[in-house]
Write a protein that binds this ligand. Sequence first.
Ligand code: NAG
Ligand code: NAG
Ligand code: NAG
Ligand code: NAG
Ligand code: NAG
Length: 490
Amino acid sequence: MQFSVTANRQRAFLAAVLVGLAMLSYFLHRTEIKVTFFGSHSESCIKQLAQTEEAFCHSFTGDRIGQRDQSALCTVWAQQRRKKQEMEDILTKLDQQMPSITFRDVKTTTSAKNSKATLLSHKDSYCVGDHLIVRLDLYDHLGKRKRYGGDFLRARVYSPGLKAGASGQVEDYKNGTYLVNFTLFWEGDVRVSILLIHPSEGVSAMWAARKKGYEKIAFTGKFLNGTSEVFTECGFNITTKEELCEYLDERDQEAFYCVKPKHVPCDAFIHLKSNNRPMSYLTPLEKSLFNRSNIGVEIPQTFGNIRVLSCNTLKFIDCHRAGLFKTHLVMDPERNTFVQWKKHGHPFVTKEFYSIKDDHYVPRAIDRVAGGESTAVVLTLGQHFRPFPMNIFVRRLLNVREAIQRLHLRSPGTRVIVKAENIREIYIDPERLGDVHGYPQNLVTRNIFRGLNIGFIDAWDMTTAYATNDVHPHNHVVWSQIVMLLTYIC
Ligand SMILES: *[C@@H]1O[C@H](CO)[C@@H](O)[C@H](O)[C@H]1NC(C)=O
Ligand SMILES: *[C@@H]1O[C@H](CO)[C@@H](O)[C@H](O)[C@H]1NC(C)=O
Ligand SMILES: *[C@@H]1O[C@H](CO)[C@@H](O)[C@H](O)[C@H]1NC(C)=O
Ligand SMILES: *[C@@H]1O[C@H](CO)[C@@H](O)[C@H](O)[C@H]1NC(C)=O
Ligand SMILES: *[C@@H]1O[C@H](CO)[C@@H](O)[C@H](O)[C@H]1NC(C)=O
């Protein structure tokens, strides 16, 4: 028996395998092969079937001398079968997801104008990060409630002034009710838009029509016949009695066809173009659903603009100390969050009096941190050291490094982040405060902290890039630094 497999001869091959199987089943230990062959067609069974067939095909051809090619074909054949099966599974699943509805009267299809959008749990204002839930109740043109889903909806929130927008997640309860879940990502006045792109009846009609054929597009192929050009019809599926040129990708099972021009070889096919054929697979009734006036109609709503606030839940706590440079504290008791800012110990250069009792050298402050997975220590040293000899700065950094090492010994989970100093005003008193002193400090900071398990925010680099030239950089630059900090912490 000879096994020659080509894509076109799969059926013959299958028959041959079946015959072979019947003959050889006597020799096979795994008698269930026979069961799976003729048994049920459940998904797992079919997968097993393809694998078993492949194994069988191999075992059979393997017995034969000089049949290595056949063995490779076995594998190709099994791969193609599996791909075909996966394709069918995907299409079957899509079929289940798309609506399947018949209707006789356009008046019984979904009407955007008659439908209602209601804001659930309405509030005067919302916080950034809140979810806005809108319930849709759909009605037909007669004012009767829809009892099934499948409508094609498009939902978004937007703020034209900010050029901001976000889509909403639509949940279809399959009974004429939908829930749209928006996330409020930004602060300001936000509008809601919910469009009925097509009623479910239109979606259903379109899905069915799409399966009906290949006729919507007319391909015209150009062949070269010597020095003249010949034009013929091409496409995926041509119904004709004339001879066809088949352009087949055997491996991937892709095929395209052209009517073969008389006395011109198929290889002389050089160019292709297409035109839309004035035809439709929809009935006139179905087509009327796709009138322009019926597409993308806004579902009316009464709730207008939504106010979204940033809602700092973090609260400031006044520590009742003198001056600007006191300890600053913010707290969020709901999320158990506590943020504290402290100045570092000597030198702190300012014309204002400040308490010398609250704050300590940074290494001492680190030594007081119990630490843990939910603790982060962020430190920056630099600007206030610029007027003094470098030995002060270097000694402090070495002490800080030892304190970090001690902290990690008792609490390896504590995050430590070092922020470099930033550049500042170019014309500031250079001998006292200039970046010319900041630069070697920046070098030394990188050197001393190298190799420690810490995060590093390169503020020197960032402010150089932004050219901020300000000892207190602008908010958007600080924001970039905070974003980097949060990526180390979260
Ligand atoms: C559809 O189902 C949802 C969820 O069960 C329910 O809240 C809603 O009221 C139902 N709508 C109709 C029209 O029965
Ligand atoms: C809205 O979506 C968010 C996640 O994106 C989810 O946590 C929340 O439960 C949803 N709300 C409703 C009412 O479905
Ligand atoms: C071409 O289309 C006809 C009718 O739509 C169909 O019966 C036939 O199986 C199709 N052939 C191919 C190769 O898809
Ligand atoms: C191609 O050219 C040959 C020779 O010039 C001619 O006989 C034939 O009819 C042409 N074929 C077509 C389809 O024009
Ligand atoms: C739009 O649809 C209606 C039926 O709903 C139909 O009577 C009318 O002719 C259509 N208009 C166009 C421009 O197709």
